[in-house]
Design a protein around this ligand. Structure first.
Ligand code: HEM
Length: 280
């Protein structure tokens, strides 16, 4: 996947350098999730260093493009895009967009697919239902094996159980466990006042595991999505103007990944004694 990202974003072919960039992104993601202690040796500090290396690298690519740009990739698109007044993005904004898009769109979906694998492996009944749906889909398209299944847009509405698996996975996995906001007016909350202008961390994970909203919240139960969540209680992709713009793409990618599931996951899980570890 990362090799594809490098091709699409900066027309770069796989090389030892792309491996290095992948590692820097890994370090950056760890740093973002870590406690923000910025001194040498901490994960947060390591993340900041990775970010500096990424900035320097993408800046170099961008500078080289200023002389000759015959590429048809994301960086080129960002360099040339103009708003209604003809204003272009600054160099810093181009680099920031590249870094945030890779961070937001790559690790997030990959982690979510990993968590789906984990939960399905621990839940043989859910895996069996998913498999039944996939096999029915294969047959409806005249195929005989899961490997032959190619999902098209028309298939998506038929993948009802798959959709429930996807929603239940992202509810439980909470890949983005929080969003950041600023209070735009004084807010009273449980006897406390959050003054206007204060930065606030909205801890989404507690919302999605609150027994007031989700019965038996730590149990993986895709069928709970037979009923929609109560308004405001499901914000895996954030909300409002800043809602994740990749949310439908992520759901689609996760759904397609589920269509190739084998039925041997549960024995692998048992053999390996898998257990849940929260994100740091
Ligand atoms: C399971 C996968 C994903 C999850 C759980 C997720 C979750 C989130 C969350 C919670 C936010 C913050 C929204 C807010 O502040 O209200 C966000 C922002 C964002 N996401 Fe995602 N995301 C996922 C996949 C993706 C993908 C695939 C892309 C792009 C290809 C993407 C691009 C972005 C961008 C650019 C932002 C920043 C939006 C802004 O600040 O205006 N995300 N995402």
């Amino acid at each position: 996947t990362f090799a594809n990202i490098c091709k699409m974003f900066i027309s770069m072919e796989p090389s030892p350098m792309t491996d290095k960039i992948d590692q820097w992104f890994g370090g950056l993601v760890n740093g973002v999730r870590a406690f923000p202690l910025n001194f040498p040796g901490t994960t947060s500090h390591g993340g900041r260093k990775c970010r500096q290396k990424l900035n320097a690298f993408f800046r170099e690519v961008l500078e080289a493009r200023k002389n000759v740009d015959n590429c048809d990739d994301l960086m080129s698109g960002l360099m040339h895009i103009e708003d209604e007044q003809g204003k272009k993005l600054s160099d810093e904004e181009v680099v920031d967009n590249i870094v945030s898009l890779v961070m937001a769109g790559y690790e997030s979906t990959a982690s979510a697919i990993m968590w789906a694998t984990y939960h399905l492996a621990k839940s043989p009944s859910a895996l069996a239902k998913l498999r039944d749906e996939n096999i029915a889909l294969v047959k409806s398209k005249g195929g005989s094996t899961l490997a032959s299944l190619t999902i098209t847009r028309d298939d998506i509405p038929k993948m009802k159980y798959t959709t429930k698996v996807v929603e239940e996975t992202i509810r439980m996995a909470n890949i983005s466990s929080m969003v950041y906001r600023v209070a735009n007016k004084d807010v009273e909350y449980h006897g406390y006042t959050i003054p206007k202008g204060w930065p606030v961390v909205v801890w989404l994970r507690s919302l999605h595991t609150d027994p007031n909203y989700y019965q038996d919240p730590l149990t993986f139960n895709p069928d709970r999505w037979d009923e929609p969540a109560k308004t405001g209680t499901y914000q895996v992709f954030g909300g409002g103007y800043r809602i994740c713009p990749g949310n439908m793409l992520a759901r689609l990618q996760m759904g397609v990944a589920q269509s190739r599931r084998k039925d041997k996951l549960s024995s692998t899980a048992k053999a390996n004694g898998w257990c849940i570890h929260g994100f740091p």
